[in-house]
Design a protein around this ligand. Structure first.
Ligand SMILES: N[C@@H](CCC(=O)N[C@@H](CS)C(=O)NCC(=O)O)C(=O)O
Length: 200
């Protein structure tokens, strides 16, 4: 059985649960409390040398890490990842964009809000939001033309971008500014196996 190492409120880990559910791949969870710091210990670094979640342990005992790399692993051979190299390149481009241009700028304002340190980190939050807004506008423009992030089919790119965009308002973004993103967020919630980040 596949084991997913996650934490309760991690959007990066939510990406993996959404895809495993969609693909109906059974898995068990080991949910870490990141505040306890177990992920920084040597034992966990054998699971993920980057000392972060998410990580996956395969049935044969090998490990996968980095959320988008994990998504690609599970999507291989499914409708979420086409065989054509140009279409794959288009999807991969979105995965790189998510890591470089979106993740940090959406996740940190939310994180500082969650740990009640918004005031302390106001400068970095404003800076990140200045960088995050044009990236969201880029996503919105693309979704004006396409049903899904990488075209007319649901793909790995949707699973990568959905969690942090859907939670952006928790960090102070106002998603009304991006109507096509709002339409896509609604559509994504209807995919098979969808579950909220906290499903309890
Ligand atoms: N680029 C990584 C980022 C993973 C990441 O930032 N994970 C966070 C939780 S969402 C974490 O484990 N943070 C703990 C730490 O950095 O100490 C990915 O996409 O998987």
């Amino acid at each position: 059985m596949i084991k997913l190492y996650d934490s309760k409120l991690s959007g990066n880990a939510w990406k993996i649960r959404l895809m495993l559910n969609f693909l109906q791949i059974p898995y068990v969870r080991e949910t870490l409390n990141l505040a306890e710091g177990k992920h920084k210990e040597d034992a966990f670094k054998k699971i993920n040398p980057f000392a972060r979640i998410p990580a996956v342990e395969l049935a044969d005992g090998r490990f996968l890490n980095e959320s988008n790399a994990i998504l690609l692993y599970f999507a291989e051979g499914t409708s979420l990842l086409p065989v054509d190299p140009v279409l794959r390149c288009k999807i991969n481009a979105w995965l790189f964009f998510e890591q470089a241009d979106l993740l940090r700028f959406l996740a940190y304002p939310r994180f500082y809000t969650m740990i009640n340190q918004r005031e302390k980190h106001q400068d970095i939050i404003s800076h990140y939001m200045e960088l995050g807004k044009p990236a969201l506008t880029h996503v919105d423009k693309c979704l004006e033309k396409n049903t899904w992030i990488a075209g007319e089919s649901l793909s790995v790119a949707d699973f990568s971008l959905y969690p942090y965009i859907s939670m952006a308002e928790e960090g102070g973004y106002v998603l009304n500014e991006w109507p096509s993103i709002q339409r896509w967020l609604k559509d994504f919630k209807d995919i098979p196996g969808y579950e909220n980040i906290v499903n309890a």
